[in-house]
Ligand binder design. Structure first.
Ligand SMILES: C[S@@+](CC[C@H](N)C(=O)[O-])C[C@H]1O[C@@H](n2cnc3c(N)ncnc32)[C@H](O)[C@@H]1O
Length: 284
């Protein structure tokens, strides 16, 4: 029998909402009480807590940060897929890559990479386009706040259903096909997977390195943030782009309502101006 989840009192919701906002920028509005209660219910049951208040005190006092990470994992969705919002990969290979063909290296950051399908899609699209060329060397930083999804991404093993979205020729070229007990699974070839550096990064914290990226993918995560947090994030991401570099956001994440210095290129694609020209946008 499954134990009942204790009642989520208004005060409990407020505390969880404030914590999620302060630590992760998560915007849990009024009306999300049921979602919070059901998503955090498994931690209440699993940890044997008798109330949300007790669970909250546990999360707040856990110095390892693991309980907090598990909480955020449950409150956000990790939904993703290979070649999701396909137009971006087409733009990357047809418009972005040609600009950098004479460079030795291409640095790309995938800033909310979930279980890895997105950074692998970036890598495989570029490798496919580059063919036998050895340069530019494609180096991808992939990050997420969730250690659970990062562990899946690092393995680079996906079921046949998940890789079905990729062109069949890519499966033989870029993946090892599982045999025996691994039948029905595909693993990204290790020499390719090594081009991706997976790290835990909370987008609310200061960024760990000073690479000037040629492209940053930050897709389908800003929907969780309020406008102020989005604005702050977009400006900090813009600072990590080299002039002329591109920012890709999710197609449901228009930047029209926030102030930033990037130029609109096409839906969900923005570019850092090459010269000092600065464009400020705000909702009308
Ligand atoms: C819906 S998935 C999007 C995955 C991928 N970008 C895509 O478009 O398919 C959102 C991801 O954002 C991550 N996330 C949520 N809040 C975050 C934060 N504050 N910092 C970094 N990652 C965060 C979640 O763990 C989740 O994996």
């Amino acid at each position: 029998m499954v134990a009942d989840i204790p009642e989520l009192k208004p005060r409990d919701f407020e505390l969880i909402r404030d914590l999620a906002y302060q630590k992760f920028g998560l915007d849990l509005r009024q009306g999300k009480e049921r979602l919070v209660s059901s998503r955090l219910g498994k931690h209440i049951r699993g940890g044997g807590f008798s109330s949300f208040d007790e669970y909250f005190r546990h999360v707040s006092s856990d110095s390892t940060g693991e309980a907090l990470t598990a909480m955020i994992d449950s409150l956000t969705t990790n939904h993703t897929s290979f070649l999701r919002e396909q137009q971006h990969f087409q733009f990357l290979t047809e418009t972005v890559l040609p600009v950098y063909l004479d460079r030795p290296k291409l640095d790309i950051w995938c800033a909310a990479s979930s279980t890895g399908e997105e950074p692998y899609s970036i890598l495989l699209s570029l490798c496919n386009e580059l063919g036998q060329r050895r340069t530019p060397d494609v180096c991808i930083r992939a990050s997420d706040i969730s250690t659970r999804v990062l562990a899946v991404a690092r393995k680079g093993i996906y079921s046949a259903e998940r890789v079905a979205e990729l062109p069949p020729a890519w499966l033989s070229r870029f993946f090892l096909r599982g045999e025996g007990r691994s039948q029905g699974f595909y693993r990204v070839k290790p020499d390719l997977a090594a081009k991706i550096d997976f790290r835990r990064v909370n987008l609310m914290d200061s960024f760990p390195d000073s690479v000037a990226y040629q492209a940053i993918f930050c897709r389908n995560v800003m929907i969780y943030f309020d406008q102020k947090t989005q604005e702050n994030l977009v400006n900090r991401l813009g600072a990590c782009l080299e002039p002329g570099g591109y920012l890709f956001v999710g197609h449901a994440e228009s930047l029209t309502a926030i102030r930033h210095d990037l130029q609109y290129v096409k839906p969900a694609v923005y570019q850092k101006p090459v010269s000092g020209s600065s464009i400020k946008r705000r909702a009308i």
